[in-house]
Design a protein around this ligand. Sequence first.
Ligand code: ADP
Ligand code: MG
Length: 224
Amino acid sequence: MTVIHLDGVGRTFPADPPVHALRDVHLRVEQGDYLSIVGASGSGKSTLLNTLGLLDRPNTGRYVLDGVETTSLNDRGRTALRGSRIGFVFQAFHLLPHRSTVDNVALAEVYRRTDRKQRVRRAEAALERVGLAHRSAFRPDKLSGGERQRVAIARALLGDPALLLCDEPTGNLDRANTTAVLDLFDELREQGVTLVVITHDEEVSARAARRVRIDDGRLTEERR
Ligand code: ADP
Ligand code: MG
């Protein structure tokens, strides 16, 4: 099953001269793949992530996500698809300080019409998946940085997304916590989660099964 298929995707920002942030990008990511994307600042990483996350729209080419052609969808269709198929993990954890860990995870579903008990049960299952079931009543300020990021990952997993998109997920973490998050990524991959991780950290990109480099908007797969 192909989760991501980018076919000749280009993204140009109007400026004088225009900025070609993505140029003729071709990429296929299969279910269960673990891909890292590396590149210098300004090379197009965020534009690519925004494109994959349906936060931005290419000017040219096609993007098929989990079997759905996205470039012809309207904003509403894209929002619905994003909500059901994509989990986002960012450098900043974006947890609410005065809510428990389990509430922070359950809040990911607050806009769905599921009842609270079910939401909490699903949040507890997601915390179990990231190895933090024993922290469910804690507030974020009682957790280490690595644990906070694992809570954010649990929140991203809540709707069972086809794709976990991570933008510098270890950017705020020290080495020990980085390793803990990378160990979790390995486990998630074994569970069949598809992972795309944008990073400029060599250790992080080295752990991924595949690595692509972006350079001035052009994507190349690195052979290993
Ligand atoms: P990275 O995340 O690798 O640092 P970006 O994807 O943010 O790179 O940017 C790629 C190029 O596109 C850069 O030259 C940047 O200045 C330009 N760019 C990004 N977003 C915009 C925008 N909204 N308008 C104009 N130029 C942009
Ligand atoms: Mg960026």
